[in-house]
Design a protein around this ligand. Sequence first.
Ligand SMILES: Nc1ncnc2c1ncn2[C@@H]1O[C@H](COP(=O)(O)OP(=O)(O)OP(=O)(O)O)[C@@H](O)[C@H]1O
Ligand SMILES: [Mg+2]
Length: 181
Amino acid sequence: MHATICDLITDLVQNSIEAQATEISLNVEETKTNLNIAIVDNGKGMSASTLKKAKDPFWSDGIKHKHRKVGLGLPFLFQTAEMTGGNVAIESEEGNGTTATITFDPAHVDLPVFGNFTTAAVTLMTYGFDGNLEIRHCLDEKEYSIEKQELIEILGDLNDLESLILLKEYISSNEEELRKT
Ligand SMILES: Nc1ncnc2c1ncn2[C@@H]1O[C@H](COP(=O)(O)OP(=O)(O)OP(=O)(O)O)[C@@H](O)[C@H]1O
Ligand SMILES: [Mg+2]
C-alpha cells in the first residue's frame, strides 16, 4: 500500500506513462498552508465513463494487471483527499490527455507523510519511457525544475550507473537547497 505523498505522486506519473504520454509535467508546490500537486499529460486520456470507473477501487482497465481488475492508484488518491479535506480534480479527454490537480492540507493529521522526493524524482526520471518529463518543485519562495531530455543531453543514458549517481546527487542538492532556511 501507499505510505507517502511521494508514492502517490509516483503512481500518478506512472499512470501518465502507461497512457502513452510523450509530454508529462509534474508540479509540486508546498507552503505552510497548502500542498498543491498538478500532473499534466498528453496521453490517451479517458472517457467520462472510464474516469468515473477509475475512482472505484474495484475497477482497473484489466490491461496492466491481467489477473486483477482492481486499481489502487486513483482510489487511494480520492480516499486520501476525502479523509483529509483535500481536493482532487481530474480533467481528461479521450485522445487528448489528462490533467490532475490536487490540493492537500499539509497540516492535517491524517495526511500521509511527504516522503522522499529525491527518490521519487530519480525513479520517474529513469523509468523506461521515451517521452519528456518536467518536474518542478517549489517550497515557499524557492523552486527548481528539471527536464528529462535536458538531463539526458548532459548526462547521457540516465540508467548508466555513473549518470544515475550524478542524477541522484543533482536532485538531492536541489532538494537540500529548497529546505535550507
Ligand atoms: N493519466 C491517465 N491517462 C489515461 N488513463 C488513465 C490515467 N490515469 C488513470 N487512467 C485509467 O484509470 C485506470 C485506473 O488507474 P489506477 O492508477 O487507479 O489503476 P491502474 O493504473 O490500472 O493500476 P495500479 O495503479 O494499481 O498499478 C487505469 O487503468 C487507466 O485506464
Ligand atoms: Mg496506476
